[in-house]
Design a binder for this molecule. Structure first.
Ligand code: NAD
Ligand code: DAU
Length: 337
């Protein structure tokens, strides 16, 4: 089995590759990543010298780079590569359109040209938009993205769907809820709260803090993708979640409590434009059809995650002192107060 993993130097891709290399030593993994601000080869340094792993620096939207890889034969594509941060998409949607839509188009075209067993499009619950009432998203929920990031992901999902319907390309779409765990870039809520707290810096909470997200430990998402590679059916969509709905405020308070820090660190700031009020994902289909279910409780996953950030201060301090510093100043000090 030859797996092409795109965006493997990012948060979920890193966790996925580490899982697959250990679990399937006979599979070959090629990781193609553009190494944007979010890509970090340090995450995979331990794999140097592994005979079943290879890294290629490249942009999925660059047809010639990608064609060179497809020409040698690929069985399964797992497309993680994306611009993934909603706030950055609000500042500049351009890179989101290029990577998330045009990049996916390049992969689909090459898959058609060279043939593959499966293209797995790693998508998000955000494509469904914001929930009202007590219901959850199902695979049949209509798409209603509300920010440029989720619109770009929904666009890619529709392209994938069309390639299955029109060309019978074996495409599968997965839509997962909010991930957390080791190696997550500290612009995202959970690592931002952990690292700011460890540095005794204020914690910016958007709006009234009552927006709800549905959290899943990243290892559970990786196992779900493994199940989809092995048993997922072409043309299908699989939602992935873990029944952990929390308001942002509840979540921040849990982290402060675990780190034994005062709630006075919380600072309410102006809201994110187009801020979805609630996500909650129903995942009965993947449970019933592929036998997958999450293994981590939210509390266990959160404790593991906090432990990881405490034990790897060099990893996040290096990030926080680089490009991220300018981004943070511009976004929070300039716009969000
Ligand atoms: P991330 O931002 O941590 O990593 C993205 C990776 O893609 C980085 O390594 C980056 O260098 C790479 N990349 C960006 N543009 C590229 C390009 N043009 N060509 C090649 N590589 C490129 O993102 P993540 O949180 O790991 O998310 C991975 C995927 O999972 C994304 O597609 C995202 O939409 C999806 N997803 C994320 C979550 C979440 O909670 N983080 C939930 C559901 C789905
Ligand atoms: O739902 C899946 C999505 O989860 C993925 O598709 C995205 O790639 C991923 O970034 C994530 O999107 P969110 O917008 O939900 O994640 P983020 O960590 O940016 O924000 C989580 C919640 O916390 C959201 O309601 C906004 C709020 N927030 C975020 C930040 C960064 C704050 O209140 N303060 C902050 O400083």
């Amino acid at each position: 089995m030859k797996l092409l993993v795109t965006g493997g130097a990012g948060f979920i891709g890193t966790n996925f590759i580490r899982h697959m290399i250990t679990k399937h030593p006979n599979w070959k993994v090629i990781n193609v990543d553009k190494l944007t601000y979010a890509g970090n080869l340090e995450n995979l340094a331990g794999l140097k010298g592994c005979s079943n792993y290879r890294f290629v620096k490249g942009d999925i939207a660059d047809n010639s780079v990608m064609e060179a890889l497809f020409r040698k034969g690929i069985d399964v594509v797992v497309n993680f590569a994306a611009e993934s941060h909603v706030d950055r998409s609000i500042q500049d949607a351009g890179p989101f359109i290029n990577t998330n839509i045009a990049g996916t188009f390049v992969l689909l075209q090459l898959a058609r040209q060279y043939g593959i067993q499966k293209h797995i499009q790693v998508s998000t619950d955000e494509v469904y938009g914001s929930l009202q009432g007590k219901n959850k998203f199902t695979e049949d929920s209509s798409l209603g993205p509300n920010n440029p990031y989720s619109a770009s992901k929904a666009s890619a999902d529709l392209l994938c769907r069309s390639y299955y319907k029109t060309y019978n390309l074996p495409v599968i779409i997965t839509r997962c809820s909010n991930n957390y765990g080791p190696y997550q870039f500290p612009e995202k809520l959970i690592p931002l709260v952990i690292t700011n707290t460890l540095e005794n810096e204020s914690i910016p909470v958007y709006g009234d803090g009552l927006n709800v997200r549905d959290w899943i430990y990243v290892a559970d998402h990786c196992r779900a993708l493994e199940a989809v590679i092995q048993g997922g059916q072409p043309g299908e969509v699989y939602n992935i979640g873990a029944n952990n709905e929390l308001s942002n405020l509840e979540l921040v308070k849990q982290i402060l409590e675990l780190l034994n820090k005062p709630e006075e660190l919380i600072k309410f700031v102006s809201d994110r434009p187009g801020h979805d009020r609630r996500y909650a994902i129903g995942w009965t289909k993947i449970k019933d059809s592929l036998g997958w279910r999450p293994a981590y409780s939210f509390r266990d996953g959160l404790e593991q995650t906090i432990k990881w950030y405490i034990e790897h201060p060099g990893w996040w301090r290096r990030i926080r002192s680089g490009e991220y510093k300018d981004y943070y100043r511009k976004w929070y000090k300039g716009v969000r107060n």
